[in-house]
Design a protein around this ligand. Structure first.
Ligand code: HEC
Ligand code: HEC
Ligand code: HEC
Ligand code: HEC
Ligand code: HEC
Ligand code: HEC
Length: 406
């Protein structure tokens, strides 16, 4: 029987070493929505799977098309299928055998690691928050001003002493708080500082860096996108395809939560330090969609979850996700911070005009061999002539007002 189905599978000819890093990427895009290496999700935990399937070819065939293995009547496969309530695994006819080996290598490497809270790397290229030095400068300015005042006072006292000695009558020095010139200077400085702060405040009105509203369900990105490595695009598919990244509908949650009824991961706390019961939060999801987990079916009409929107550009600004994520090759984390470490999402960048423009001035575009930019003949010529070696977003018009403003 095994020989029969093995003969369908293309025999392996390659001897290329499997690549765990490639496998990780493939796993995250194709498998992480149903599988975790260590934990049971919609499908089984995959750690040690190669040992459970002694026949490697059959395992490959399973991943290419699980139904074809079930059809052979293989006992192990059919028992597993029944154990998972006859949930059909997606077929992956387009994965090559090498790619499947990469995935299995990743599962092997990851499965060998001890389980524990994962440390997710700070994404490369994520800008530093930037130290705010203005307070320091303010204090130094103030100290210098006081020193200057004291020196001026000493100077006028010395003048008077010198004058008295020579018998030249000099008027008593006016104490500095009565001196009109000093007072005028102080008022001017206060006026300038006040004006600056008011304008800064007005420009920043409506901006809300670090904004972190309380959401109707304590939904943790750290649990989903971090620990369980669910791909951002599984829920925010729009980020690749359209202007808006989009918030996922409840159906997408239920793809997994029909099966995942309880939370057993690391302890969750709110920003204020209150403990959160993950299982109770999943129950809130059931209440929103009208799902009865005992009966395993929808028992009442659902209502939408009203997530509070966090990021919000003013209406006069045009921003397109797909342009940045696909054409511009920008990572989500560059603009949104280390989402995979956030239980609750907060706004990472200030979304100011200066923020957009700074990045456009410094970021290079994929210029060569890109039809989108074929119209920029002069820049192409400059590159050929070696006048410039790269092209920034600014050079293709990324700082022109009308590109960002309606
Ligand atoms: C739609 C959900 C889903 C996706 C996506 C999915 N699987 Fe599965 N997988 C399952 C389910 C469910 C089972 C359990 C058997 C069944 O019900 O068919 C399973 C079983 C398996 C098994 C056998 C596990 C064991 O313990 O023997 C392997 C191996 C496997 N999947 C690998 C993969 C790989 C690799 C990918 C990505 C390329 C993947 N799966 C994507 C749902 C999925
Ligand atoms: C399992 C689904 C899911 C995955 C995976 C996921 N998200 Fe989300 N995301 C949501 C939901 C639901 C919300 C709305 C609730 C909230 O703000 O926490 C959201 C909100 C956000 C927001 C804030 C939106 C706003 O209101 O302005 C950002 C930014 C975001 N996600 C980025 C990411 C990134 C980056 C990743 C990948 C590292 C990711 N998400 C992975 C479901 C998901
Ligand atoms: C691809 C599968 C998947 C999707 C889609 C998904 N979840 Fe989860 N969810 C999980 C896993 C895995 C856990 C962790 C279970 C554990 O560790 O025991 C989890 C845990 C949770 C928890 C408890 C921990 C926490 O974050 O507070 C809540 C609540 C939750 N999910 C809500 C949602 C909501 C709401 C959506 C839709 C926006 C959603 N989930 C979509 C897989 C998924
Ligand atoms: C170049 C910066 C940048 C990158 C890269 C980026 N975003 Fe955004 N994102 C933004 C801005 C700006 C907004 C606010 C948009 C608005 O208010 O119209 C936003 C809003 C969002 C929202 C709220 C819903 C919406 O569409 O307005 C989600 C969810 C989101 N981003 C997810 C993602 C994910 C997932 C990725 C990666 C695939 C990503 N973003 C990449 C800048 C970025
Ligand atoms: C992290 C860097 C980064 C940030 C931050 C950023 N952008 Fe961009 N932007 C890019 C890149 C890279 C491209 C080039 C994409 C391409 O090749 O088409 C681009 C292109 C654009 C374009 C198209 C320009 C053209 O010439 O066609 C617009 C419009 C735009 N961005 C708007 C914005 C706005 C509005 C913001 C702020 C809310 C912003 N961007 C923030 C990197 C960034
Ligand atoms: C790369 C995108 C981008 C370009 C190019 C750009 N802007 Fe802006 N602009 C923005 C964003 C984003 C905001 C919203 C800032 C905020 O909410 O504070 C903004 C806000 C403004 C405002 C409202 C004042 C404020 O701070 O809210 C004015 C006026 C303005 N821009 C004028 C211009 C002019 C004039 C140009 C051309 C010289 C220009 N912008 C080019 C992105 C851009």
């Amino acid at each position: 029987m095994l020989i029969l189905c093995a003969s369908i599978v293309i025999p392996f000819s390659s001897v290329k070493a499997a690549d765990s890093a490639k496998g990780k990427a493939l796993f995250q895009t194709n498998c992480a929505s149903c599988h975790n290496v260590h934990k049971k999700l919609t499908g089984p935990a995959l750690a040690g799977v190669a040992d459970r399937w002694p026949d490697k070819k059959l395992l490959h065939q399973w991943i290419h098309n699980s139904a074809s293995v079930l059809a052979t009547g293989d006992k192990y496969a059919n028992d597993l299928f029944n154990e998972y309530n006859k949930t059909a695994m997606t077929s992956f006819p387009s994965l090559s055998n090498d790619e499947i080996d990469d995935i299995l290598e990743y599962v092997k490497v990851e499965g060998g690691k001890p389980q524990g809270p994962k440390v997710v790397d700070q994404p490369e290229g994520a800008p530093d928050k930037g130290n705010d030095n203005s307070l320091l400068f303010g204090i130094i300015t103030l100290i210098l001003a006081v020193v200057a005042l004291i020196l001026m006072q000493i100077n006028s006292n010395l003048n008077k002493l010198a004058g008295d000695k020579e018998g030249v009558p000099t008027p008593d020095p006016v104490p500095f708080y009565k001196n009109k010139a000093y007072l005028a200077l102080i008022i001017l400085v206060l006026f300038m500082v006040g004006g600056y702060l008011t304008i800064q405040g007005a420009v920043g009105l409506g901006r809300q860096k670090d904004y972190m509203p309380e959401q109707p369900i304590f939904y943790s990105h750290k649990v989903h996108a971090g620990i369980n490595q669910i791909n951002c695009l599984y829920c925010h598919a729009g980020a690749e395809k359209s202007k808006h990244a989009m918030i996922p509908s409840e159906n997408i949650c239920m793809n997994c939560h029909k099966a995942i009824k309880e939370y057993s991961g690391p302890e969750l706390t709110t920003a204020e330090g209150k403990k959160v019961n993950g299982t109770a939060e999943i129950a809130k999801l059931y209440d929103y969609v009208g799902w009865d987990p005992e009966a395993g079916k929808y028992t009442k009409p659902g209502r939408p979850i009203e997530w509070t929107k966090i990021h919000n550009l003013p209406d006069h600004v045009y921003f397109n996700h797909s342009q940045h994520v696909v054409a511009g090759q920008q990572q989500c984390q560059t603009c949104h911070g280390a989402i995979t470490e956030m239980d609750e999402v907060h706004q990472f960048a200030d979304l100011s005009m200066g923020w957009c423009i700074n990045c456009h001035r410094t970021t290079k575009v994929q210029f060569a061999d890109n039809n989108y930019y074929s119209i920029f003949e002069k820049l192409h010529q400059d590159i050929k002539d070696k006048k410039i070696d790269s092209v920034t977003v600014e050079m293709v018009g990324g700082t022109e007002c009308q590109k960002c403003h309606y």
